[in-house]
Design a protein around this ligand. Structure first.
Ligand code: EPZ
Length: 419
């Protein structure tokens, strides 16, 4: 079991380049099942992507991953297609459930393992199934699998999501591609990753209009030409390194390969805390400040403050003056990092779904345990500012979603090694 050893309090200086978005790549890989040939650029080389590629291979697509160029080519020969997403692949990577929409709309049937829960919550898929049933799919759950079929194909429908769900919006969007007639999805998630999926589907021939939280999709024909798409940058990775800069930048930390306008709300919040951020066309410069101000945050669907940055923000707020509050409104159990941060000296208590953080507190290195992807990166941030050494266990969680994390930080003079 690999661990990360960090020696804290080393100032960061230099440049960090942001990778492609894991959460944009996963639905686009799932949607590639609809296509004939695709070439996807700027994909992040992280575990979840490799698992999704394995799933595409299992289904019968040919894939060619050119790691040194962050490119994948996918070819669907339409031979020996297996409309099955097995438990062994979906259990470690919940987003495997996103192939449901593609398989159903193209092959009229699918057998997909229920993803099961993870550390941050039960992660149900009822909203996915609600939408697919509205599109005419017959769905039953048997032995832990979703068994879906639409022998006469899917039929367009008007669907209002009872609550906002990124994955359910993506599954419904992909399924509506070949659904007969018109589909109108209301109360959709509108994360930048969904907008990237929409731009990919449009290249595939989809007729999609996004207005507010409503997405309208007309039955479309799939283009047989080769599709080329470049994945957008990972806004959560960007937010993570901006917070690292706010905590440790010596003179300035340059972060590039991004489009700052996409994360306006996160930037506004970090500025409110007192971080000095210079915004350029495709980069930001973070300048560490002495004093950080307390703030109260509630995690919300985009464009609100993202739940995926909650753990990282919490580390920053341990260094802010006064009492800050973070209410986690998206997932039921996304405070697994709190006990670990408290072992490092953070002053945090949880009342209902709100974390109350008192700062500034000095953090001390300790041996800690990663529990989920974003919690593990918050322990890295804490280790970077703590006195002495921090040893992080179970860093396979990190490898699911952060490309070359140690390398990027080492390039900015952090003392971090994988042991
Ligand atoms: C996506 O997960 C992201 N994953 C998550 O990122 C992210 O935290 C989440 O959206 C919220 O932004 C990917 O894109 C691969 P949801 P998803 O459906 O689609 C409940 C990371 O760290 N819900 O928007 O699973 C659900 O339990 C990961 O990269 C239902 O009740 O999130 C949650 O409380 C973690 N029924 C809320 O909705 C459903 O059918 C939002 O979930 C689906 C979801």
């Amino acid at each position: 079991m690999q661990k990360l050893l960090i020696k804290g309090k080393k100032e960061l200086i230099g440049k960090i380049s942001i990778s492609g978005s894991k959460n944009a790549t996963l639905p686009i890989l799932a949607a590639s099942i609809l296509a004939n040939r695709v070439k996807i650029k700027n994909i992040p080389l992280v575990k979840d992507i490799f698992t999704m590629v394995e799933l595409l291979n299992f289904i019968g697509l040919k894939t060619k991953l050119i790691k040194k160029k962050n490119i994948i080519e996918i070819f669907n020969s339409e031979k020996n297609i297996n409309t099955l997403a097995p438990y062994k692949l979906v259990k470690t990577m919940r987003a495997g459930v996103l192939v449901l929409g593609s398989l159903l709309t193209k092959y009229k049937k699918a057998k997909v393992s229920l993803p099961g829960g993870c550390a941050i919550g039960t992660r149900p898929v009822d909203l996915h199934l609600y939408a697919l049933k509205k599109l005419g799919a017959k769905i039953k759950i048997k032995n832990g699998y979703i068994i879906a079929e639409a022998e006469n194909g899917l039929k367009g429908a008007k669907i209002r999501f009872p609550s906002i769900s990124v994955g359910a919006t993506e599954n419904a969007l992909i399924a509506a591609f070949k659904a007969k007639g018109l589909t109108i999805l209301k109360n959709c998630a509108i994360e930048p990753e969904i907008k990237d999926l929409i731009s990919f589907l449009k290249k595939l021939g989809a007729n999609i209009i996004l207005k507010g939280r409503t997405i309208t999709i007309k039955e479309s024909k799939i283009k047989s030409s080769k599709i080329i798409h470049e994945i957008i940058f990972d806004r959560i990775e960007l937010g993570t390194y901006m917070i690292a800069g706010a905590l440790l930048a010596k003179k300035k930390l340059l972060i590039d390969k991004i489009q700052p306008k996409i994360i306006k709300s996160e930037i506004d919040i970090l500025k409110k805390i007192g971080i000095k951020i210079l915004i350029k066309k495709n980069s930001v410069i973070i300048i560490k400040r002495k004093k950080l101000k307390k703030i109260n945050i509630i995690t919300k669907p985009y464009p609100g403050f993202p739940t995926d940055l909650q753990a990282q923000l919490m580390v920053l707020l341990t260094q802010a003056d006064g009492v800050s509050k973070i209410k986690e409104n998206i997932f039921e159990n996304r405070f697994m990092h709190v006990p670990e941060l408290k072992r490092m000296g953070a002053n945090i208590e949880i009342i209902n779904k709100t974390a109350i953080i008192r700062g500034p507190t000095k953090l001390n290195g300790a041996e800690v345990m990663a529990t989920d992807l974003r919690a593990s990166v918050s322990l890295v941030l804490a280790g970077l500012i703590a006195e002495n050494r921090t040893l992080i266990n179970r860093i396979y969680h990190l490898d699911r979603g952060y490309e070359f994390l140690e390398k990027k930080l080492k390039n900015c003079q952090a003392e971090i090694t994988r042991v």
